[in-house]
Design a protein around this ligand. Structure first.
Ligand code: TXA
Ligand code: MG
Length: 340
């Protein structure tokens, strides 16, 4: 039976207690949740997503005391970060405690934890009383969902309930920090900016963002978060966008091409004129993440726009980068992986 979509947290909680799978809203992206202490339920997540079991899951908890039961070595750095940013788009990684099943951590000795910032999921966490293991609620390596409809599009026949909490307010996955002693290392750029972390820690976390296949954090595989269409950068990251006219006039351009721009302000008068003419002739589609180039708003629209490229039937999409500051870095990280 296809999953029901609704806002009934009592139903969601009953299903989770029975070992079933429930998609839940968070401020970052929708998660596909199961009882994070029950290996059989957790296995269901991997099956529903076609996710390899070497890719560990994040445990979502309701408060810091619950987080502490899942780790060994909660320390000052963890406490400082948790107090500053939870509930919120930060996942921290610490050595796991014995109650965490190996399936959650893919056999690693560490576990990833966060408190999500969404009222429905927070209420659900109060009802179930166990942590929720939840990866993003999409098929493995596809774009993460930011609405209940995105979840339904891929997962409705694979899961038991979809808790509809509206559109995710941030729209990009959490930032992941590994806490090693009292130092913090960034494993994934995400919804919390490095600048904000720096302000709280008083120094910059170290960065070892893996480009290549990294079995410890497979979300960092080079090709990930990817739509079906081919994404091609219009320029090098950090360099200004040059005129699009040469590209647009190229006779070899495929008919189903699209242009994905960070903002409208990157276009010169001639580009705008020519693109408008093309659009009027039904020849291509221009997607703009935010007209005025607001980074948070652009980030919020990124994943829904990537899904739209596929549903609109685009085959090749030329894109521009976000500025390399704040959440712009996370946007560029996702664009880079989607285009690899
Ligand atoms: O915002 C988010 O983080 C969303 C929402 C639902 O919370 N979740 C999410 O989960 O993005 P997922 O599974 O799609 O991405 C989690 C990433 C994966 O790349 C995984 O490899 C990494 O976290 N991860 C989990 N546990 C880890 C661990 N112990 N060590 C290193 N990486 C870990
Ligand atoms: Mg994911």
């Amino acid at each position: 039976m296809p999953a029901q979509i609704g806002i009934d947290i009592a139903t969601a909680s009953t299903l989770l207690k029975q070992g079933k799978l429930v998609a839940v809203p968070t401020e970052t992206v929708y998660g596909l949740a199961a009882n994070g202490l029950d290996p059989e339920s957790i296995l269901g997540i991997f099956e529903a997503k076609n996710r390899p079991t070497f890719d560990p899951l994040i445990l979502h908890v309701r408060d810091i005391p619950m987080a502490k039961t899942l780790v060994n070595g909660w320390n000052n750095t963890a406490q400082t970060l948790a107090e500053a940013f939870w509930p919120g788009p930060l996942t921290i990684i610490l050595p796991k405690s014995d109650i965490v099943p190996d399936l959650v951590t893919a056999g690693n000795t560490t576990v990833a934890i966060r408190i999500p910032n969404h009222p429905l999921t927070q209420a659900l966490l109060q009802l179930v009383e166990f942590p929720l293991a939840a990866p993003s609620a999409n098929l493995f390596s596809y774009v993460s969902p930011t609405t209940a409809k995105h979840v339904a599009d891929q997962m409705i026949d694979r899961i038991d309930y979809i808790l509809d909490g509206g559109e995710c307010s941030i729209g990009i996955e959490s930032t992941i920090l590994a806490i090693e002693g009292e130092t913090a290392r960034i494993l994934r750029l995400g919804g919390l900016s490095i600048e904000a972390i720096e302000t709280v820690l008083g120094h910059s976390p170290t960065e070892t963002l893996h480009k290549n296949s990294n079995p410890q954090s497979p979300g960092q595989l080079e090709h990930h978060y990817a739509p079906q269409c081919r994404l091609i950068p219009l320029c090098k990251k950090g360099e200004p966008l040059l005129s699009l006219i040469q590209l647009l006039k190229n006779p070899l351009l495929t008919p189903n091409f699209g242009i994905l721009l960070f903002s409208k302000q990157e276009l010169n008068v001639e580009d705008t004129f020519y693109l408008t003419k093309l659009q009027e002739a039904g020849k291509n589609t221009v997607y703009i993440l935010d007209e005025l180039g607001d980074i948070a708003k652009a980030g919020n629209k990124l994943f829904s726009t990537l899904r739209l490229l596929d549903s609109d039937g685009c085959k090749e999409v030329y894109f521009s980068w976000a500025p390399e500051i704040g959440l712009g870095r996370a946007i560029n990280d996702r664009l880079m992986r989607a285009s690899t």
